[in-house]
Design a protein around this ligand. Structure first.
Ligand code: M6R
Length: 607
């Protein structure tokens, strides 16, 4: 979603602001802007569209200004337009804002003497700060605090005043902000990736904190004026991890790097000799693990699908534990009772998803132990859970989540195995899963290498359809859900997933020439039943693609992608790789913006 950058130092601020905004492009946005202060006054430039449009407007305006803030906006209040783009300028105040000010209408009505140019909630916040600033009568940070005390909603903000051009005031509540500490320069970003190449030293601001930064200092306080001693942390990501590495798109790079990213998830956690998995992060003792009777898995989108797939496995080897998988945006408002001896798994790639974070906070209020399954190190969810397992897949830049899904599933399965081990489930039951997990990176590599060209050819045939039905049963059903999500978000083909057994209860009515059906058919106990379901679709003129590991597959379907693998239980994870490649190549064939699909953002930090 929206991105924030800021710079104060000795170098050309515009260079960092523009390059920083480019790094944040992957989060999704529809307009951008920067403001810098210098000898020649204020330079405020905004543009609808991409950073390239902003750069074109900035050409010729390079003034060597050494302080400034910038923003990419993902429209919430008001259409994507130049006037709605940030920075907002009101009186002496320039402001960029991520988040949503819920009570902006009341505040707007109460603010007299201001003419608002935009439809945004953010401009109201700028005016509110200006009203407390009173033309520089009070320190900027004080005015910001006064304003924030009246705000309901979420924010990450960076504020400047031309009356004090050597400082930037930043604050956060629910929207991340990182302060990069350099030599004679201080940088600000809503995502640490924008800081790479400039500094590796970062201060992650907490909710309810406000910081005044100059080129040589960072002073942090709470909104109640209590001083906070800043903890400087090392940014773990490196520049190579956020580059395309020769691939045409980040999405393809991220699909293809899954053997390695999964190895990182498994590193030091699987002991094949002992037939054990060891997860230190959740911080639960053997006694606590033994007591667990119920798991709640919370996530959105792909993270939810990963939780659903993991839940099928966890139920297979921890018979005394019930597993409930919930959509965060729904769960946060339900009056759900969480039984005693529960643990909640909070699943999020970004660690910043607003709905998931809200659930985490609600669940904690009930005294339930929370465990994060998170990728982004130092993210808000990672910091607020009681314990957690990082999936360690490295930065995921493409909006469509792929490598995170695979590792989230495996990390949750490992957590389930940890519970089962503590409960004394026979090793004969657990070892087959552990062995499969250990060989999964190699099997993933084999499938990706063998299928990539084949899937590309298949995808070309289906690019012109408007609708798709994804089908699977048992563990292949959540995999089908994930496949359908991938197709719809990057190819804009309306794709929905159904459990095979549900076909006759409604979806079968859909089958006609406008639809194709993608069936995930893992070999196993329910294979023959799923084959019968495919036959029912074929009998009604369906255009069926099957993805299977069954060697003797002879149904008269339109297209088949066969994978060869020695993995059994975890096959749906491999079938999903084919669905990822399929969605990718369909979107490429359609000439779409694969990495930044329309209307979407990578990290959904607003409700
Ligand atoms: O960062 P999170 O894992 O919390 O994000 C959750 C969803 O927004 C995310 O998985 C989304 O569904 C992806 N774009 C799907 O590819």
């Amino acid at each position: 979603m929206c991105g924030i950058v800021g710079y104060v130092g000795e170098k050309n601020a515009q260079d960092f602001l523009v390059s920083g905004l480019k790094r944040l492009e992957y989060r999704g946005y529809d307009s951008a802007g920067v403001v810098t202060f210098g000898d020649k006054g204020v330079t405020l430039v905004k543009a609808k569209g991409k950073i390239g449009d902003l750069e074109a407007k900035l050409a010729g305006l390079k003034r060597g200004d050494k302080v400034g803030i910038g923003h990419t906006r993902w429209a919430t209040h008001g259409e994507p337009s130049e006037v709605n783009a940030h920075p907002h300028h009101v009186g002496n105040i320039y402001l960029v804002h991520n988040g949503i000010i819920e009570n902006y209408k009341e505040l707007k009505n109460a603010l007299s003497g201001y003419e608002f140019k935009s439809e945004t909630d953010s401009e109201v916040l700028a005016a509110l700060i200006d009203s407390f600033y009173q033309g520089g009568k009070y320190p900027l940070a004080n005015a910001v605090v006064q304003a924030l005390k009246l705000i309901q909603g979420t924010y990450g903000i960076a504020v400047m005043s031309e009356l004090n051009p050597s400082e930037i005031v930043v604050a956060r509540a629910g929207s991340p902000l990182v302060i990069g500490v350099g030599h004679g320069e201080t940088l600000i970003a809503s995502d640490a990736s924008a800081l790479l190449g400039h500094t590796k030293q970062a201060i992650y601001l907490n909710d309810g904190e406000i910081a005044t930064v100059t080129k040589n200092s960072v002073e942090i306080k709470t909104l109640n004026a209590e001083p906070v001693s800043a903890k400087v942390e090392e940014i773990e990501t490196n520049l190579a991890a956020i580059q395309k590495d020769g691939y045409e798109h980040f999405l393809l790079k991220e699909i293809m790097e899954q053997p390695r990213s999964l190895e990182e998830t498994l590193r030091g956690r699987v002991d094949l000799e002992e037939g054990m998995v060891r997860l230190g992060g959740p911080g639960l003792s053997e006694t606590e693990l033994r007591k667990i009777k119920h798991l709640v898995i919370v996530g959105c989108g792909t993270a939810y699908n990963a939780g659903l797939l993991a839940s099928y496995y966890i139920e297979q080897f921890t018979p005394e534990v019930t597993v409930e998988v919930v959509i965060a945006s729904e769960y946060r408002y339900r009056q759900a009772y969480i039984p005693k001896d529960s643990v909640a798994l909070i699943v999020s790639q970004s660690g910043e998803t607003a709905d998931t974070l809200a659930c985490l906070r609600e669940i904690k209020k009930q005294g339930v132990r929370t465990v994060g399954i998170v990728n982004a190190i130092g993210s808000t969810i990672a910091r607020e859970v009681d314990g957690g397992t990082y999936v360690h897949v490295g930065p995921e830049i493409s909006v469509a989540s792929t490598k995170a899904f695979t590792s989230q599933v495996v990390a949750m399965v490992m957590f389930g195995l940890t519970i089962a081990q503590a409960k004394g489930v026979r090793s004969g039951v657990l070892k087959p899963y552990i062995k499969e997990i250990a060989k999964l990176p190699g099997e993933i590599k084999k499938v990706l290498d063998e299928c990539r060209e084949l899937v590309k050819g298949v995808a070309e045939k289906y690019k012109d359809y408007d609708h798709a039905v994804y089908l699977g049963r048992d563990t292949a059903y959540p995999a089908a859900m994930e496949g359908a999500l991938k197709l719809k978000e990057i190819s804009y083909i309306d794709a929905n997933a159904y459990a095979f057994g549900e076909l006759k209860h409604g979806p079968l009515a859909l089958i006609d020439d406008r639809f194709f059906e993608l069936a995930l058919l893992p070999e196993g106990e329910l294979y023959e039943k799923a084959v019968s379901n495919v036959q029912e679709v074929l009998a009604r003129g369906g255009h069926v693609i099957t993805v299977t590991n069954k060697t003797e597959f002879d149904l008269p379907v339109e297209s088949v992608v066969k994978i060869t693998t020695s993995v059994e239980a975890l096959v749906p994870i491999l079938l999903n790789l084919v669905a990822q490649l399929f969605a990718y190549y369909v979107a490429v064939e359609k000439g779409l913006d694969v990495d930044q699909p329309r209307n979407l953002a990578k990290s959904v930090t607003v409700e």
